[in-house]
Design a binder for this molecule. Structure first.
Ligand SMILES: [Zn+2]
Length: 264
């Protein structure tokens, strides 16, 4: 096996490894999003619950004050009934009216606080429903991520072992160069030679579409020597289509000219 074929093997195993890992990555990303959304809902709920508590306490305090005023007013009414003079009566009446005004204000405020508390309670319930829903999604996402991992774990280890076997007979300096290329370029670390025009010996790098000189292509065909695209620096290789296109034309019996253009 020539060096290009060896690298192609590494490249193909690597591609599978990256594919598997990206599947896990998507599941991981989805799970993280759910966890984040859930945390945001938790925060909103905490804020609302704090506000609910404030309004509930305020309403209860105000209700207590209303009750205290009711007691005071009852006492004044009692005193009014027992008033000896009109002046005394008028004084009690003024006091009663002052308390009445205070009471009305407090009652209105208490009612407002209670109404607000009720609104917040509804919002809390809505958030709670969303949290439950989101929790289910998050749990499902976590399960999915774990399953994906379990699913790929075995295959990933197999591929890693396969890769180790594949790289074993690649020369050290070539491997160092190729690993760096894989790291930087991933799927475009290698490029297939594309046949643009066989008769005119026109070939392109399948990765960057720039032209490749004929001697580079011939070298690949004859010895599979390490050949890099001078433009994008990927490692070039020939696939079956390119090999077929470059192999000497089949002798056509009778030498019919039209046979030249016939495709296999
Ligand atoms: Zn290229």
């Amino acid at each position: 096996m020539d060096v290009t074929a060896k690298l192609l093997r590494v490249y193909q195993v690597d591609k599978q490894i990256r594919g598997l890992q990206s599947r896990l990555g998507a599941a991981e990303k989805f799970l993280n999003q759910q966890t984040k959304d859930l945390a945001a809902l938790d925060a909103s709920r905490s804020t609302l619950e704090a506000s609910l508590k404030t309004h509930t306490v305020t309403a209860a305090d105000q209700e207590g004050e209303v009750k205290a005023l009711d007691d005071k007013m009852a006492h004044i009414r009692d005193q009014m009934n027992r008033a000896q003079t009109n002046k005394e009566y008028q004084a009690f009446l003024t006091e009663l009216n002052t308390f009445k005004t205070q009471r009305d204000k407090l009652e209105t405020a208490s009612l407002e606080a209670m109404t607000k508390a009720e609104e917040i309670r509804k919002q809390v319930a809505e958030i709670q429903a969303k949290q439950e829903e989101r929790s289910r999604v998050r749990d499902h996402a976590a399960k999915e991520r774990d399953e994906r991992y379990k699913e790929i774990e075995g295959r990933l280890n197999e591929l890693k072992a396969e890769r180790a076997a594949c790289v074993a007979d690649v020369p050290g300096d070539v491997l160092t160069m190729f690993n760096r290329l894989l790291e930087v370029r991933g799927d475009t670390a290698m490029g297939v030679v594309e046949v643009v025009d066989r008769k005119r010996h026109e070939y392109n790098c399948g990765s960057c579409m720039m032209a490749i000189p004929i001697d580079a292509v011939s070298g690949l065909l004859s010895s599979g020597r390490l050949t890099r695209c001078s433009s994008c620096e990927c490692v070039l290789y020939l696939d079956d289509t390119a090999r077929q296109a470059m192999s000497p034309p089949q002798k056509s019996p009778g030498g019919k000219k039209s046979a030249k253009s016939a495709q296999p």
